[in-house]
Design a protein around this ligand. Structure first.
Ligand code: ADP
Length: 483
């Protein structure tokens, strides 16, 4: 790993607890998904380490929360600046453990850092309210107070930004954090800890645990001192974590799976729609909770759309994320590639049409080449599941009622896309779509300034924006009587 980086000290093969870089009796390998090579090792920590991290975070909480907002903001901004100074190294490290193209990794560092700046600014405006009274001789107020120690459990698809999006909000409002990154991508998290240490965060404010998700997650959920849990990952694991947090009644923010519909309206230019659909589908090789999972096209333009989509899809260049010209990297594991194949097999067995596949040779066993399936139906797994792979599922519809019913026919409710112009069609869809986020005529929708989050089985809470503090803080109502 180190020869790739200008600053090799960003590669830490140790976990970070109470300002100490710690090891354990056993290590876990970390793989480069493009090659299958082991790129390094991290400690396999256990429940005791999780308790030590919470001890440290709890001890650091009072002093951290007691700082002036300006003081916390200054540290956060120093961390932000160091991240951007080391952008190239952080992006390279991310490609090596995650696989995405270098250009995308650079974009993720910018995106991730933007949350730190945003919340550094927002914490200076974390106002409470004064409430017009109903009790004689009393002044009524609310204060916004940090929840306490926050546990942050994050996935491998955005190894940098899913950490900063949570940590920036938590830290800015005055929480201390215990971060548990995905087993697949610990190095991005540890590099963030290294830069936080350089920025001057005192021991205990930021801790990073590496090791088995279940054992560490269970220990964090069971610990009564952890007052908030923010998780991004699969819906299945999110449900387990919610159950695990019931015993200690934590605040839970859950950013879970998605099954985004991508609705093309009849007045949309088909080339443009196909280009947008390809962009919305194949980002991060389809391993994105915002990925356009079900592409719904008017019957009258259906075949034309399929041709245009196949043409756009053929431009994707699959390969090692560090190779110039690559626009799509590998899947995270061999298992993910096998799952992609089983989704295609299931759809074909149930009558889907294999409209197009890639002409390029498969660059390795962790790769899965883009596939376009037509004539998908709600009976197929590609329709029902969050596919998390580069398999595009297209189906025709004949009217607005039908497309709305198809779009909402999922337990998920994260993001939806609409492409078209007629506001008389768009507005009823905007109202009827059961999703936390809807983008009209735009593939890009995320940012530090917007409330990211889902409804139904896609989650609880919102990240980023002025709502981003809610999951890490409590409102304390005070009735100051006897005046
Ligand atoms: P993905 O599909 O993105 O791998 P997961 O939900 O499996 O999503 O993983 C997201 C995060 O949850 C990772 O940090 C992983 O280590 C952690 N994790 C996985 N299983 C559990 C579990 N049973 N309890 C707590 N955390 C878990």
């Amino acid at each position: 790993l180190m020869p790739y980086l200008q600053d090799p000290r960003l590669v830490r093969e140790l976990a970070y607890i109470n300002g100490q870089w710690v090891h354990s009796q056993s290590d876990l390998p970390v793989f480069n998904p493009a090659t299958g090579d082991v790129i390094g090792h991290v400690p396999e920590l256990n429940a005791e380490h999780a308790t030590q991290a919470v001890d440290a975070a709890q001890a650091a909480f009072g002093p951290w929360a007691g700082l002036m907002a300006d003081e916390r903001a200054a540290l956060l901004l120093r961390w932000h600046d160091l991240i951007l100074e080391h952008k190239e190294d952080l992006a390279t490290l991310m490609v090596l453990e995650q696989g995405k193209p270098l250009q995308d990794a650079r974009g993720e560092i910018d995106y991730g850092a933007s949350f730190i700046r945003w919340f550094a600014e927002e914490c200076r405006r974390a106002y409470g309210d004064t409430i017009p009274g109903h009790i004689a001789g009393a002044q009524l107020l609310t204060l916004r107070e940090p929840a306490g120690v926050a546990a942050l459990i994050t996935p491998w698809n955005f190894p940098h930004a899913m950490i900063t999006r949570k940590a920036a909000a938590a830290l800015a409002i005055g929480c201390t954090v215990v971060i548990k990154p995905a087993r697949e991508t610990p190095f991005s998290a540890l590099a963030l800890a290294e830069l936080a240490e350089r920025a001057g965060f005192v021991p205990g404010v930021i801790n990073v645990l590496t090791g088995p998700g279940k054992a560490l997650g269970d220990a964090l959920c069971a610990d009564n001192r952890v007052r908030a849990l923010s998780f991004t990952g699969s819906t299945g694991v999110g449900k387990q974590l919610l159950q695990a947090c019931a015993g200690t009644v934590k605040k839970c923010a859950m950013e879970l799976g998605g099954n985004a519909p991508f609705i093309v309206l009849p007045d949309m230019d088909i080339q443009e729609a196909a280009k947008a659909a390809v962009a919305a589908k194949f980002q991060t090789a389809g391993q994105d909770c915002l990925a356009a999972n079900r592409i719904l096209v008017p019957q009258s333009q259906y075949e034309e759309f399929l041709d245009a989509f196949a043409g756009e899809m053929a431009r994707i260049r699959v390969g090692n994320g560090l190779t110039a010209g690559t626009t799509m990297g590998p899947l995270i594991h061999r298992k993910a590639a096998d799952n992609a194949q089983s989704l295609v097999d299931d759809a074909l067995a149930k009558g889907a049409r294999l409209f197009a596949g890639s002409q390029q040779a498969v660059p390795g066993e962790h790769f899965f080449m883009p596939v376009l399936l037509a004539d998908v139906t709600p009976a197929m797994r590609v329709f029902r599941e969050e596919t998390f792979c580069p398999v595009a599922a297209v189906l025709p519809y004949s009217n607005t009622d039908e497309v709305l019913a198809l779009a909402n026919d999922t337990e998920y409710g994260l993001a939806a896309y609409i492409f078209g112009h007629d506001q008389r069609l768009i507005w009823p869809l905007l109202q009827g779509l059961e999703f936390g986020m809807v983008a009209v005529n735009s593939v890009k929708m995320t940012g530090h300034n917007i409330p990211f989050g889902g409804i139904k089985h896609s989650g609880l809470g919102r990240e980023g924006s002025r709502h981003g503090f809610d999951d890490f803080s409590n409102i304390k109502y005070t009735c100051l009587g006897g005046l």
